[in-house]
Design a protein around this ligand. Structure first.
Ligand SMILES: [Zn+2]
Ligand SMILES: [Zn+2]
Length: 417
């Protein structure tokens, strides 16, 4: 078995790994680079069979539903089999109705925790991991007597830390080569740790108590761990979580009844369909979707009165609805995503400026979706691969200081496993 990393040896984003064994090939991830302007102007990596069919390319395995791992898939020949988690497929499909230039992907097979799957000469054993993206997998791949372990994106401080512990306590064995992500390197000093989702829950509880009016939390609806954190904090402070139709569809698409959603049995939850979304749903011919939220709806006329008892999953463009409804008295905004989106020219910066104009306090409450250096060390030590190659990192040169058996690779070069 040999591999080449098309993108990711020196950056986060655009992850794509090509594996070859016995004349057959598969791809692990096919992501959109972080600096991509748009899909149309971003070229596919130089992999045979992505545009013009090639019998040797057996499929593309997607570790999880973040765009930096699947964003280029809409450009490939639709005949290529796609393999991903079932919830990943459902969430991508649910989001496609709401997110600009998004598409629904169709999986030919699903990744399932520790259930081996055979693609030609490749035996793939997925491991469900803790990550800010739902239904994310690390993968063990055996072929030609060699074993590869790809970490995908993962962390130990989310809502499913037990998955990380399980991976450490029962790691893949006899791994010849490990591809390990290093997103946090350079973002966190080596001995520091990120706050956990539980820590965040406590912070949100304190902040919601201090907030007189509506608590507005700007976070991705696809960050399911975070939505759960916010829901729990809302409930603990006697507030209801208000979500829009996009969030409602994404939460339903998880297929897990343990995740908050507009379904029987869930209290402290309501669906508010903003004006712009109402228009959008009509234009797409999917307005009847909202019928499924019967009993959970909250209407514009109720927003002001319920504001002190509500937390809203919020995006900047919803501000005009709230202003019109007179629901912003005593409101506070909590930024609960990467600070990079607050940089000049980014959507977050516009929201912050809008809050400043309106005199709405703005504060960041967030934690990383990726393992910090100390957890990565635990992982690398547990797997104890013969060779470890950095991927999904801007700081590959930090790897040799932190981990054993590190080998640095370059984008596009073939490496024997
Ligand atoms: Zn990710
Ligand atoms: Zn990623």
């Amino acid at each position: 078995m040999r591999l080449r990393i098309h993108r990711g040896t020196r950056e986060i984003g655009g992850t794509c790994i090509e594996l070859e064994s016995e004349g057959a090939r598969i791809l692990l991830d096919l992501g959109l680079p972080l600096n991509a302007k748009d899909l149309a102007s971003t070229p596919l990596p130089a992999v045979d069979g992505l545009s013009v069919p090639s019998a040797s390319l057996l499929g593309i395995v997607l570790s999880h539903g973040h765009r930096d791992h699947w964003g280029l898939v809409p450009k490939v020949n639709p005949a290529i089999p796609l393999i991903m988690g079932q919830a990943t497929e459902s969430i991508i499909r649910a989001a496609a109705d709401f997110v600009p230039d998004a598409v629904a992907l169709k999986a030919s097979q699903h990744l399932e925790h520790r259930k081996p799957l055979q693609l030609g000469p490749f035996a793939i054993t997925p491991r469900l991991v803790d990550h800010s993206g739902f239904d994310a997998y690390a993968m063990e791949i055996a072929s030609g007597g060699k074993r590869l372990f790809y970490s995908g994106d993962l962390r130990a401080h989310g809502r499913k830390p037990k998955l990380f512990d399980a991976l450490i306590n029962d790691p893949p064995r006899d791994v010849d080569l490990m591809l390990m992500e290093g997103s946090s390197l350079g973002r966190l000093v080596d001995d520091a740790t990120f706050p956990s989702e539980e820590d965040l829950e406590e912070i949100f509880v304190a902040r919601f108590k201090e907030t007189e009016g509506l608590a507005l939390v700007a976070c991705s609806a696809q960050n399911i761990d975070r939505v759960v954190t916010i829901y729990r904090a809302a409930k603990r402070t006697g507030r209801s979580l208000l979500i829009d139709a996009y969030a409602a569809e994404v939460l339903k698409a998880t297929g897990r009844d343990s995740i908050p959603q507009p379904a029987p049995g869930w209290s402290n939850l309501a669906v508010y369909v903003p004006q712009r979304q109402r228009v959008q749903l009509k234009a797409k011919g999917i307005a009847p979707l909202v019928d499924s939220y019967r009993g959970f709806r909250i209407w514009p006329g109720q927003l002001a009165e319920s504001a002190p008892r509500s937390v809203m999953l919020f995006r900047g463009w919803m501000m005009s609805d709230l202003a019109q409804a007179g629901a912003l008295t005593g409101a506070r905004v909590f930024w609960s995503q990467w600070d990079g989106y607050l940089a000049e020219g980014q959507a977050g910066a516009a929201l912050k400026a809008d809050c400043d104009r309106r005199g709405i306090p703005f504060e960041t409450v967030h934690t990383s979706g990726h393992a910090g250096p100390s957890d990565l060390k635990r992982l690398a030590a547990a797997v104890a691969a013969k060779r470890l190659i950095p991927i999904h990192t801007f700081e590959r040169l930090r790897f040799p200081d932190l981990f054993s058996n590190v080998e640095l690779a370059n984008d596009g070069e073939w490496i024997d496993v």
